[in-house]
Design a protein around this ligand. Structure first.
Ligand SMILES: Nc1ncnc2c1ncn2[C@@H]1O[C@H](COP(=O)(O)OP(=O)(O)OP(=O)(O)O)[C@@H](O)[C@H]1O
Length: 573
């Protein structure tokens, strides 16, 4: 018997001798060991509830719709049966074969996620899970990455692809090797599938499905749709697929649009006037239990502003200073910077992440204690995913929703309609815990301090104006049902729009802000025109110079060109 075969059989014997929480599931021994051992992979003692339901359901060959609460372990619920299938079937280990990667058998699984960050995270889990199987190759295809590099990897052949809709469609159109390899497609997974059907993605998803049905046999593949918020729209989407569907609904909500949230999650709301928003947020972030927090806001400009403001507060001696590292995440950040930000925040022991809803779906941040929704969510579904970043896997977590009194208060009722109960936050207790002595005075004075800082700091002031302006625009973009609650007209008629400026630390009125922004953009336009004119003049001079020195040698010309910008004149020539 060869050495490698002997080693393989010995490992197999050792693994099979251990009875663990995965033994009864009849999965590949090396996969089982990877799930169990912390030094090799995950260090888990058994499957979570949703995994116990989904692993056998996938093995039975059905298309699946899976609804299970946030943080319940849906990622491994689909990855384990996929890797198990590959490890026991097409990529089964042959101890007598040379240990060279055999990638040529095709692409068996495509996993689609709505955001770049989530695709990166799923890919990391898939890589970790496939570690014992040298010939199962996973790759990720995401916007912002070098597409030529991706093409090279696809040419070599990959078993599992984790991707986002736009980038998948790009490669389906551009990369012949991928099209050929997809003949083997066995599993098609849409993670956060309800989000993938939202307006922005619907058309792309249709095109992806049409192309996939030309490339692979739809009857030979399983489609899995997963989310914590599977709704009726997803059901009708599923009915357009071939084959029958099995539902795995890990709650008692049936086909109602109601959601189950983790029991260890404490959900609160606070009706807070705009002028007290920042000081109340700071009180929450300063609470001893808020070691690692995420603050959701509605736009990129607000993320930018809040990041600047909090950094300013933590580096200057104001009464509200607190020594926490500030992180920021939004969709305009370059891909490597985003990935790095998520990784650093995930690893940090304490800190505050200010984010748009790019961070609302699927992100699995370790030990997150608090979710603050400084700006109300777009709808109930977004609420569920935002708060679901905490209290994952039975950990304790707290989520606080900020609502403007009267105007936004009906959102509490909308949550109740979806079986979500939120408690009113005890503000007095929070202020006492966070600000201790003179807590009310501190709470009041913070706003004055911030308005003072913002008024004196041009960078903060301009950023605050942009943040306010973007907030007003974002507020009007809601679904019809939500527009009844989050209604700009009601804000204006109740006279609250003026106070909204204060929620960004601005002393100015909406009209003054609009005028300042107009002036700024007018100045920027003039500066751009002046720069273009200067460039034009320089080119013109260059051309003239070129004609003048044309009689000399090429080197003369080059010297003339190089010397010109310094003095602004071509005296030497
Ligand atoms: N069997 C298990 N035992 C213990 N922890 C697990 C197990 N499976 C997964 N986890 C952990 O649970 C956490 C949540 O998993 P995952 O991100 O897959 O949740 P999810 O259901 O997809 O959440 P969301 O709906 O927010 O995307 C992760 O940190 C993961 O490592």
């Amino acid at each position: 018997m060869s050495d490698s075969k002997e080693k393989y059989l010995k490992s197999l014997e050792e693994i099979n001798a251990v009875q663990d929480g995965f033994t009864e599931w009849n999965i590949n021994p090396f996969l089982k060991r990877n799930l169990r051992c912390p030094d090799r992979g995950f260090g888990f003692s058994g499957f979570t509830d949703v995994q116990q339901a989904v692993v056998p359901a996938v093995a039975s060959g059905n298309n699946l719709i899976v609804r299970a609460e946030t943080g319940s372990g849906k990622t491994l619920a689909y990855l384990v049966p996929i890797v198990n299938y590959l490890a026991n079937g097409p990529f089964a280990y042959d101890p007598t074969a040379p240990t060279k990667k055999d990638r040529s058998q095709g692409t068996f699984a495509v996993i689609v996620a709505p955001t770049h960050d989530l695709a990166v995270q799923i890919h990391e889990v898939a890589e970790k899970l496939t570690k014992p199987f040298y010939n199962i190759v996973c790759t990720r295809l995401v916007g912002g990455a070098d597409s030529d590099n991706e093409k090279k990897r696809l040419r070599k052949g990959v078993g599992i692809i984790v991707t986002t809709p736009g980038r998948l469609l790009y490669h389906l159109k551009q990369t012949a090797n991928l099209r050929a390899n997809l003949a083997a497609l066995r599993f098609l997974v849409f993670d956060e599938s309800d989000r993938l059907l939202d307006m922005g993605f619907k058309q792309v998803m249709r095109e992806i499905l049409d192309r996939l049905s030309e490339l692979s046999d739809a009857t030979a593949r399983q489609t899995l749709l997963l989310s914590a918020t599977v709704g009726n729209e997803l059901e009708s989407f599923a009915s357009s697929f071939e084959g029958s569907w099995k539902h795995v609904l890990m709650d008692d909500k049936g086909d109602r649009e109601a959601y189950k949230l983790p029991e260890s999650l404490k959900q609160e709301y606070v009706l807070i006037p705009a002028r007290k928003k920042i000081s109340t947020m700071l009180a929450l972030l300063a609470a001893p239990s808020s070691v690692k927090s995420i603050v959701f806001v509605s736009t990129i400009d607000i993320v930018t502003y809040m990041e600047k403001l909090l950094n300013h507060l933590t580096t200057t001696a104001t009464p509200v200073a607190r020594p926490a590292e500030i992180f920021a995440l939004h969709g305009n950040m370059p891909s490597p910077e985003r990935a790095d930000m998520v990784m650093r925040f995930s690893k940090a022991e304490r800190g505050v992440l200010i984010a748009t809803d790019v961070a609302a779906r699927g992100l699995d941040i370790q030990h997150l204690d608090l979710v603050v929704q400084l700006d109300a969510p777009a709808d109930v579904t977004t609420y569920v995913h935002r708060v679901g970043r905490t209290a994952r896997q039975h950990a304790v977590g707290r989520a606080v929703l900020f609502l403007l009194p009267e105007v936004e208060e009906p959102f509490v009722g909308a949550l109740q309609d979806s079986d979500i109960e939120v408690q009113k936050l005890n503000l007095e207790r929070l202020l006492k815990t966070s600000f201790k002595k003179d807590h009310r005075e501190t709470w009041y004075s913070i706003q004055d301090t911030i308005e003072d800082i913002v008024g004196k700091n041009t960078e903060l002031l301009e950023s605050a104006r942009l943040a306010y302006s973007s907030w007003t625009k974002a507020y009007t973009v809601r679904t019809r049902a939500m527009r009844k609650i989050f209604n700009m007209h009601s804000i204006k008629t109740s006279g609250k729009l003026g106070t909204m400026c204060a929620s960004f630390g601005l002393k100015e009125s909406p009209t003054e802000i609009a005028a300042a922004l107009r002036m700024k953009s007018e100045k920027e336009r003039r500066d751009r025109e002046a720069a273009a004119k200067r460039e034009h003049m320089q080119k013109h001079r260059k051309n003239k110079l070129g004609t003048k020195v044309g009689k000399g040698t090429r080197d003369d010309r080059r010297i003339g060109m190089e010397s010109r910008p310094r003095g602004g004149k071509v005296k030497r020539l």
